[in-house]
Write a protein that binds this ligand. Structure first.
Ligand code: C2G
Length: 131
């Protein structure tokens, strides 16, 4: 039984999010997703997500590829989360390439190519400009 773990904010959920989750799930038998906390986003990106953490967790947790969701409270706790959820594979989009290589002593680390031309930021701008 191989457990895969991935992380993300998954705000204004779009097809790029769906595809990374589907591809992450294909690396194992069980997929655990850490959904970044509102407070973590405020600290790191200086703005709150559009959707609050409880709703983002509800959306991600409803996907058939996802077995378990939890709240990611800090970017620096990846090692603890990998161990707590007993994950053998960590999957991230390649915007994070190289950033988690230090974890290769506890799990396999895979970076997947991002889906081109779609992002939460671009969606928010598009909605704002057509409103
Ligand atoms: N993603 C993708 N293609 C896109 C947009 C996003 O493959 N066009 C992937 C990202 O690479 C990431 C996941 O979808 O693996 C979630 O993206 P974000 O919500 O932007 O997550 P982020 O804020 O980068 O994660 O520990 C990481 C933190 O949770 C922050």
């Amino acid at each position: 039984m191989t457990t895969v773990i991935t992380f993300g904010t998954f705000d204004v959920f779009h097809v790029g999010h769906l595809r990374v989750i589907q591809r992450a799930a294909a690396f194992g038998d069980r997929l655990v997703v850490g959904v970044s906390a509102d407070a973590l986003n405020l600290r790191k990106k200086d703005r709150l997500p559009v959707f609050p953490e409880a709703e983002r967790m509800e959306i991600v947790g409803a996907l058939k590829e996802v077995d378990e969701v939890f709240l990611e409270e800090s970017l620096e706790l990846k090692r603890d989360y990998v161990q707590k959820y007993d994950a053998q594979v960590l999957v991230m989009g390649d915007d994070w390439a190289g950033r988690f290589d230090e974890l290769t002593d506890v799990c396999r680390v895979e970076y997947l190519p991002r889906t081109p031309a779609i992002s939460t930021t671009a969606l928010i701008e598009k909605i704002a400009s057509t409103a």
